[in-house]
Ligand binder design. Structure first.
Ligand code: PMP
Length: 392
């Protein structure tokens, strides 16, 4: 029996660029201690009070089918949060709760693209983006951003590929680059969407992790609320990756369609998880700052360590839990560098090319290990880079 073409070709063929990661995992399985700076997951777990609330909700009986669009209290909390951040009137009817941001990304593309439609996304990109687009039988088309622009997209580059496209997917704060899109960048993107009648799918799962500048949701820009679908999640803001709780904020008519999709796919998110998410959001910004504080600290450590050498350059680390390191001065491909570092020092980082051609010559470093170990690993990486220089 054969699987469908759609599912067999979900990954698009070729290497998925995660070979270094798999090798690191294989070494760990053989008992080799590897310092992993690869995965975007906090080194803290979900806070005990959130888990206690989850437990309370489950014991109180919220274990049956929950409302498919999401429980009213959580939809209201998300609507109020998004309204406060964007100034755009937002109601419960604009919100669908999903099993994580990933399911929201899939649903947003399913709701906007027909089979064969072109869906744009920006390179470098979060690893699942092209597969998510292929999963709805649309055609993923990458628009390159440029290292020389510190990966801020150029509106003209997007416009050049926009004719006939249906959607544009953006992500700020950005995984993998750590870049936060400026107001000028987002205004340029908004104009391209309006000129070419594109839906804008705005992945804002890192919106509480901003170290420099401010996060601006494009939904707040004039004329954009009607064509923007915002993807959010409890995963990064509240260290709730395993709870699988995210959302889409979209025009009401679109949410009606999305609820139909949810009814026929996920049938909603567990009620006790949604109750715990409502509780977590009610803890307010101080709690969110506590969750993001380790990354803010490690970013400061990185600035200090990198200032002491001149081989590895840092792409402005404005947000999210990653650093993008420019190792082009070594003359090595990022894959060769990452393999070399893993073999010589048992430190695993992601080659830039895992996230697209635009990140060639760069490494993504996740700031997801304890401070002292992070500092040591970064120093070792810099020393290794210096020893690799052809002019060394
Ligand atoms: N978008 C981006 C940019 C991400 O990095 C991730 C997770 N690493 C997600 C979406 C999905 O997150 P989740 O499904 O846990 O909400």
């Amino acid at each position: 029996m054969q699987a469908s073409t759609r599912i067999s070709e979900l990954l698009g063929g070729g290497s998925d660029g995660w070979d270094v990661f798999y090798k690191a995992r294989a070494m760990i399985a053989q008992g080799v201690p590897v310092t992993e700076l690869t995965i975007g997951e906090h080194d803290i777990r979900t806070a005990a009070p959130i888990l206690q609330d989850m437990h309370r909700a489950a014991l109180a009986g919220h274990t049956g089918y929950a409302a498919v669009p999401g429980v009213p209290a959580l939809r209201d909390a998300i609507a109020a949060r998004v309204q406060a951040r964007t100034g755009v009137p937002t109601r419960r009817e604009n919100v669908l709760i999903t099993p994580g941001g990933q399911a929201a990304l899939y649903a947003a593309h399913f709701a906007t693209c027909d089979p064969g439609d072109t869906a744009l996304y920006l390179d470098p990109f979060y690893a699942t983006y092209p597969g998510t687009i292929r999963g709805v039988s649309a055609k993923p088309v990458a628009v390159q951003t440029r290292a020389e622009d510190a990966f801020q997209p150029r509106a003209a580059d997007i416009a050049a590929q926009a004719a006939g496209a249906k959607t544009l997917l953006i992500n700020s704060p950005n995984n993998p680059t750590g870049v936060v899109y400026s107001r000028a960048t987002l205004e340029g993107i908004a104009k391209v969407c309006q000129d070419h009648d594109l839906w804008l799918i705005s992945d804002e799962v890192y919106d509480t992790q901003v170290w420099e500048g401010t996060h601006l949701s494009p939904r707040a820009l004039p004329g954009m609320a009607e064509r923007t679908m915002v993807v959010g999640s409890m995963s990064k803001s509240h260290a709730m990756t395993g709870s699988r709780c995210g959302w889409i904020v979209a025009p009401e008519a679109m949410v009606t369609h999305l609820i139909n999709l949810a009814t026929h796919t996920t049938y909603g998110v567990p009620g006790y998880i949604q109750d715990a998410a409502t509780f977590a959001l009610a803890q307010g910004p101080d709690f969110e700052e506590e969750v993001s504080a380790p990354f803010r600290r490690r970013r400061a450590i990185a600035h200090r360590v990198l200032a002491e050498q001149n081989t590895v350059a840092l792409v402005p680390a404005q947000g999210a839990m990653y650093l993008m390191l420019d190792i082009r001065s070594t003359g090595m491909t990022s894959e060769a560098f990452a393999y070399g570092l893993l073999e010589a020092h048992h430190i695993a980082v992601m080659p830039g090319e895992s996230f697209g051609a635009a990140a060639a010559g760069h490494l993504r470093v996740a700031m997801t290990i304890e401070d002292a170990a992070f500092e040591t690993a970064l120093r070792t990486l810099c020393d290794f880079a210096a020893s690799c220089r052809s002019d060394a």
